[in-house]
Design a protein around this ligand. Sequence first.
Ligand SMILES: [Ca+2]
Length: 472
Amino acid sequence: MKSVHLLWQCVLILLISNIAIQADEPPNIVYIVADDLGWKDVGFHGAQDIKTPNLDKLAAGGVRLEQFYAQSLCTQSRAAIMTGRYPWRYGLQTIVIPSKGTYGLAFDERTLPEILRDTGYQTSMIGKWHLGHADRNFWPRQRGFDYHYGAVLGEIDYFTHDAHGVVDWQRDNKALKEEGYVTELLGADAVKLITNYDEKKPLFLYLAFTAPHAPYQAPAKYVDRFKNIEDETRRTYAGMVSCLDDQIGEVIKALEKKGMMDNTLIVFHSDNGGTRDARLTGEGTVKTVPCDNGPLKGGKGTLFEGGTRVPAFCYWPGKIKAGTECNELMHVVDILPTFASLAGASTDKCKALDGLNVWPAIQAGKDSGREEIVYNIEPFRGAVRQGDWKLIWTTLLPGKVELYNIASDPNETKNVAADQPELVAKLKGRIEALAQESVKPLFFGAASEAVFSGVFGPAPIPTDEGSATSEP
Ligand SMILES: [Ca+2]
């Protein structure tokens, strides 16, 4: 009898230890980033004309992150995601890498996929990179991804896959000629990858859609869903968002079909706010700006909330409570340490991280530990938020200082800088101290090179027949 009892004890111990191993099993991570999606351009933030049923279902089934910040432009956010460090630390804080730019993410920065790959993940990237294209060493396959399909530039035509006549469409470093609409191609590739997935390793999939960034293009079948929208650009944009939503729905179906959902964390957010300035809609021109950031002030490229606070959620049934809302401060630099923590990966080889592991806040609504958001530090402007207080300092003459209480005035309508000189001095001091730690934007070098190669060329003096002669 005693031996039977002992046997049961052994079985019980084995079962418990097996459960413990399963609980600690590194999850698959499907990390979906939209490009220039407005705060209010998703159903779960109240969009009336655009329908996003798949995103809404995921947001409702998980936790909405309502104070999740990104940088205000593409390259900057993607750099922060890849490094866990603010982009002003390595020169990517100003504008984006332009198509003629020859620079990229510094090679001494350790990247998120490198960290995950070193701990046993298969690392795949499908979509837009925008962290350097002129040298192939900047490309995703050389920066930690086992697989890449998509574009390396910041903006390509959705049908021809080119920018300024140069096709930017690759699979694993090899140029690819394909027919198709970019959002559908990226979604289909993600579905294929998941369907054929080798389950021996946990999967990290970074699915970086180019939608709904300019140029505003969508197949007629998506645009036709929004015949009720009068404005042509908004109608096309709605079609782009709808296609994005459909493709995310297909990815979820593929994960379900493969039986991966129980152990897969899905994270979704936009890389910056929606554009509110026609000059920032991309390299083309549009009559109207189609994005809607709702009540938030400003948009892409600005340091206001509309440029930096983005729609975001996490979804993992069984691990994250459905229908919850998190108002803890978070920033895209937190992605790297949070994923590393879930993966059981070490960040020891990284430079000093700005990001924090915010998983306890996401999963259990605990304090995120983040008391400060640094919106950006540039030679001509900077902004920080500490607690509820946000200071935006424009240092270009004439300079401007704006102080807002984001808790009581989230839409930045009342500048109270004049009423709070001590707080202004403290936050200005913080910005100045961070500026001392920052490096010069790489964009300045590229821009001056482009300008000077142009302005010191031959002068465009008219020499046609109507010009003056040497005769008096
Ligand atoms: Ca963007």
